[in-house]
Design a protein around this ligand. Structure first.
Ligand code: SAM
Length: 284
């Protein structure tokens, strides 16, 4: 038994598609606590019904979290235990819960994880991309200009990049990634993990754009996009940085001026940057 005299806030991971992934411990905690704070009470209600759990639910989503937090902390301090869940996976990972966890920590309440599924770790573990160092970027901006600006900041990062993405933006995002990271960069799209139509698509960014162009059936469900880090050893971080600079300058300047300025700023070779600038401008 995990009884505490003061209340405990349990941060409970729930399945990302397959109900068998709810751990026995998660199931027991959800049954034992006085209250479950849930992102969507109807959604969590179905999960609880499946497991025969009757614990009262309270909604806690991005629009009411700030308002609900202080009352929840009071209840925890008064000795009630609360489980925090989101619709799927681990709360706080691109999901609500941060305000509550931060306030509970500040109030000296015990916060305990009940670990389990998260799409980001599930996708990374089967991607075949390096897992020793990775960066989770959550959702990219929806608009292309802002998305590309974000991607530019990641262009020379040598760690594996992990993104959540809405499936209706998948093709546009992959196309932007191909343009910013280079068409040949390796990437993986992990779709519908743990569900009936689980699919792992691996290839280059250009190859994935072409594959999803051809196969619209795969543009359904939920996806995680993973991109190999920049190949530091192969081309040298300095070259990648110069190329990134060149791409930015080419958005505002003609080829010759952009190459000349990029060479002055980066210390790179002008003729090489000029050739690269022609190549980039030709692809636009
Ligand atoms: N908290 C969740 C977690 O721990 O994975 C993530 C919630 S976030 C609002 C939802 C996003 O997670 C989806 O848009 C998708 O990118 C990813 N996702 C969730 N379930 C997935 C699944 N079964 N397969 C692939 N991606 C999934």
């Amino acid at each position: 038994m995990e009884k505490h005299s003061a209340g405990v806030l349990y941060v409970v991971a729930t399945p990302i598609g397959n109900l068998e992934d709810l751990s026995p411990r998660a199931c027991r905690i959800l049954a034992e606590v006085q209250l479950i704070a849930a992102e969507d009470t109807r959604h969590t209600g179905s999960l609880l019904a499946h497991f025969g759990i009757r614990t009262p639910l309270l909604s806690l989503h991005e629009h009411n979290e700030a308002r609900r937090t202080s009352r929840l902390v009071e209840r925890l301090q008064a000795g009630e235990s609360v489980a925090l869940v989101s619709d799927a996976g681990t709360p706080l990972i691109s999901d609500p819960g941060f305000d509550l966890v931060r306030a509970a920590c500040a109030a000296g309440v015990t916060v305990t994880p009940i670990p389990g599924p998260s799409a980001l770790i599930a996708a990374l573990s089967v991607s075949g991309l390096p897992t020793d160092r990775f960066v989770f970027e959550g959702f990219l901006p929806a608009k292309s200009a802002a998305r590309r600006a974000r991607l530019e900041t990641l262009a020379t990062d040598t760690r594996t990049l992990v993104f959540y993405e809405a499936v209706h933006r998948l093709k546009d995002s992959l196309a932007d990634m191909a343009q910013v990271f280079g068409e040949e960069r390796a990437a993986v799209v992990a779709r519908e993990l743990t569900k009936l139509h689980e699919t792992l698509s691996r290839g280059t960014l250009a190859g994935l754009v072409a594959a999803f162009d051809k196969n619209n059936d795969e543009l359904k469900g939920e996806v995680v996009v993973l991109v190999a880090g920049a190949p530091a050893a192969q081309s040298g971080a300095a070259n990648i940085e110069a190329e990134r600079l060149l791409r930015i300058l080419l958005e505002e300047l003609p080829v010759k001026q952009a190459a000349s300025l990029a060479a002055r700023i980066s210390g790179g070779k002008k003729n090489q940057l000029y050739a690269k600038a022609i190549e980039i401008a030709g692809r636009k």
